[in-house]
Design a protein around this ligand. Structure first.
Ligand code: ZN
Length: 243
């Protein structure tokens, strides 16, 4: 089974009683709970732990990392971001949730500003399935409806996704690419939009199903990184000899 680490900055939970009530064990705690029920080997890590809970040992034993952050992206140490990025290039899966679009790790892997439009008005969101044959949408009907969510709108400044999995419609009229996949090195990256901290989004069974599906999809391929750099020819060549 996929070994998962759920990383959360865990700051809203300390400051906002609404968030604490929705997620008494933190957003990471709620996510870890439904993943455990599904049979994943799960650990959690948070910003205020030494090395943000992402030690070499933890990263080495993580097949797929979930990332939720918002208030404190700047506090995440560059050295840790670099280690996470290297692990993705080696094959670790990365699931970036909601406001994680502005995390250092997501921006580093995308190379763009990852900026977007937003509005916090508790409006309805409908996430339409764009890739019905994709493993991430297994068991999901033609759309997921969330009664109250924060709006994220286009333009979303990301590279063209390798695969577009969901497009959201919002009550106020905007649309957004809500589920996007990318290959980075040997690693698979999935950005999934929903999950504003003051709504019960991670208690929604269909949202949970998407995250579960994404973790299974992101499981690392069983192979070493390719060899790079200079190499000798496989065949005897008639041209000039070079080493
Ligand atoms: Zn939000």
């Amino acid at each position: 089974m996929v070994k998962v680490t759920v990383w959360n900055e865990n700051r809203h939970e300390q400051k906002n009683p609404i968030v604490r009530e929705l997620y008494p064990n933190g957003i990471h705690g709620t996510i870890a709970e439904f993943l455990q029920v599904e049979g994943f080997e799960v650990r959690t890590a948070t910003l205020d732990e030494p090395e943000h809970g992402l030690t070499d040992e933890v990263l080495k034993n993580t097949d797929a990392l979930i990332w939720w952050g918002h208030l404190a992206h700047d506090e995440v140490k560059e050295a840790i971001v670099e280690k996470v990025k290297q692990r993705v290039l080696e094959g670790m899966g990365l699931i970036v949730l909601h406001s994680g679009h502005f995390s250092k790790i997501f921006k580093a892997l995308m190379g763009t500003s990852c900026d977007l439009l937003w509005r916090e008005a508790g409006e309805k969101e409908r996430l339409w399935v764009i890739s019905p044959g994709h493993p991430i949408t297994e068991g999901i009907p033609e759309y997921i409806e969330l009664e109250h969510e924060e709006m994220y709108g286009e333009h979303f400044d990301i590279p063209q996704p390798d695969e577009l999995i969901f497009t959201s419609w919002f009550e106020g009229g905007e649309v957004f690419r809500s589920g996007c996949t990318y290959n980075r090195g040997l690693g698979k990256v999935f950005y999934f939009r929903p999950g504003h901290e003051t709504y019960p989004t991670y208690h929604n069974k269909q949202i949970q199903r998407v995250i579960i599906n994404a973790l299974k999809w992101a499981e690392p391929a069983k192979r070493e990184r390719p060899v790079y750099g200079h190499r000798k020819p496989l065949e005897e060549m008639k041209g000039e000899k070079s080493e």
